[in-house]
Design a protein around this ligand. Structure first.
Ligand SMILES: Cc1cc2nc3c(=O)[nH]c(=O)nc-3n(C[C@H](O)[C@H](O)[C@H](O)COP(=O)(O)OP(=O)(O)OC[C@H]3O[C@@H](n4cnc5c(N)ncnc54)[C@H](O)[C@@H]3O)c2cc1C
Length: 438
């Protein structure tokens, strides 16, 4: 079977689904392929940064997911048992200034439903892109495997939104430099400790080890525990008690929750951490976005936001180029994808830089370096202005440059109203979860 369309999007993660929605809203025809069914994904991208929340509002998707969001107000870093940094998100000068937790399957179905209601997007699911169609040197679509056989999708432009192990990137020969970080992360979920505030992201550091403790929308605590690269085997050899001990080192007060929540290794999930740097995000007829173009580390929850920002930036550029007369369309699309990379790569680079600096800070273990780290965090803690400058590339990358740098007054008021509704919803959810637990 052959399908002809304007844009073929490979991958139905946040980036691919958001792009499909943004394109159909601009009147374009899209075919989206997703290799899995149902959108179930454990431990994926639940933290959406304030900028991601703003982008979802811009796609008219925030209202659809609001009742499933959990708004976060503080980021607290404790080092060696003492609090060294306490960031209050309300001090940032934007209407959308709080991150939210939002389970990725909920986000994906909201994006998919919005695109379906709009019309113009055909979803093939499950369908796995296994080859590229070429015409001369240019990509002209993909070959996909489905339960009903092979389907060819012919398209003016193909988008690789197929994640950190992108097949489209590999098949189109767009080289990627993969840099493993020094540590991996074990993700797990625990019952939420009664004494902890549900609106706070916590980072706990002890010498060269650290863990992330994040409230989850299902009422549990999502924990990301750092271990040395490839160190899982050694940790496992000591039995599950060793994982409990590792947790206790960072959060001794969670002893009961750890015993209750983690009885064996199947309750954990390992994330191999690396960043991917792709020098050219496009080749004739094909362009990458999201993790396929720039895999980031999980620090400060950046991946979903950048995938959404890519989609929102790419859609109008492609839509305009597709309007060009057929004779000039290839050139127009070529110019559009280059403009897209120029527009987005600076923000991605700044986020990656901040993540790598954080990663290095967290891994310092020599006593003088640890003392210096604490001094740096305390200095940051003492200056809200410095906090804003340092954390802005992570939480507000879209507000750094360009027309969105400061919202106009009416836009600001709309944003404030939307944010207040999210806040009320979180308040209700938190009360409900506390009642259930007590
Ligand atoms: C354990 C874990 C925790 C994370 N936590 C956070 C967090 O809290 N906050 C945050 O911002 N980010 C987080 N991330 C990163 C975040 O999930 C990603 O950055 C984000 O999902 C990237 O979106 P994407 O659309 O580019 O790619 P993906 O979400 O990876 O989506 C790619 C899609 O393409 C599909 N696909 C792949 N190959 C093919 C093919 N050949 N044919 C068809 N379909 C294909 C895949 O099935 C997948 O659905 C986390 C990642 C992991 C692994």
């Amino acid at each position: 079977m052959t399908i002809t369309t304007e844009v073929c999007v490979v991958g139905g993660g946040p980036g691919g689904r958001a792009l499909a929605l943004a394109l159909v809203r601009l009147g374009r025809q899209v075919v989206l392929l997703e290799q899995r069914t149902g959108g179930a994904r454990a431990f994926r991208g639940e933290s959406v940064s304030p900028d991601g929340v703003r982008l979802l509002a811009g796609l008219d998707v925030l209202d659809r997911v609001r009742e499933h969001t959990h708004q976060v107000r503080r980021l607290e870093i404790a080092d060696g048992g003492s609090r060294v940094l306490d960031v209050r998100f309300e001090t940032f000068p934007y209407a959308y200034r709080h991150p939210v937790e939002l389970a990725q399957p909920v986000l994906l179905s909201a994006l998919a439903d919005a695109a379906e209601e709009h019309g113009g997007c055909t979803v093939l699911e499950p369908a796995s892109a296994v080859g590229l169609l070429r015409d001369g040197g240019a990509v002209r679509g993909v070959r996909a495997k489905t339960p009903d056989g092979v389907v060819e999708i012919r398209a003016d432009v193909t988008v690789g939104a197929d994640g950190r192990y992108s097949a489209v990137r590999r098949m189109s020969g767009l080289g990627a430099v993969r840099t493993p970080l020094e540590r991996d992360v074990i993700w797990l979920k625990l019952p939420f400790p009664a004494a902890w505030d549900r609106r706070t992201y916590r980072v706990r550091i002890s010498a060269g080890r650290h863990g992330l403790f994040l409230p989850s929308t299902d009422g549990t605590l999502r924990v990301g525990l750092n271990i040395p690269k490839g160190g899982l085997r050694e940790l496992r050899s000591g039995g599950i008690g060793q994982l409990h001990a590792r947790l206790a080192e960072l959060a001794p007060e969670l002893e009961r929750e750890a015993a209750e929540g983690i009885s064996d290794w199947s309750d954990t999930h390992l994330l191999d951490i690396f960043t991917t740097d792709v020098r050219r995000w496009s080749a004739p007829g094909v362009v990458l976005l999201g993790d396929a173009a720039h895999t980031l580390s999980p620090i400060l929850g950046q991946g979903v936001n950048h995938a959404l920002a890519d989609a929102v930036a790419l859609a109008p550029l492609l839509a305009e180029a597709l309007d060009a007369p057929r004779s000039g369309r290839r050139a127009a699309l070529g110019a559009a994808v280059l403009a897209f990379q120029r527009d987005r790569e600076g923000a991605v680079r700044r986020s990656r830089g901040l993540q790598l600096r954080q990663e290095r800070m967290f891994s310092l273990s020599a006593p003088p370096a640890v003392a210096l780290r604490r001094t740096v965090y305390r200095a940051l803690n003492a200056s809200p202005a410095l906090q804003r400058r340092v954390l802005a590339p992570a939480y507000f990358p879209g507000r750094q440059t360009g027309p969105g740098a400061r919202p106009a007054r009416t836009e600001h008021r709309t944003e404030q109203r939307t944010e207040q509704r999210t806040e009320q919803r979180t308040e209700q959810r938190t009360e409900h979860q506390t009642e259930q637990r007590t």
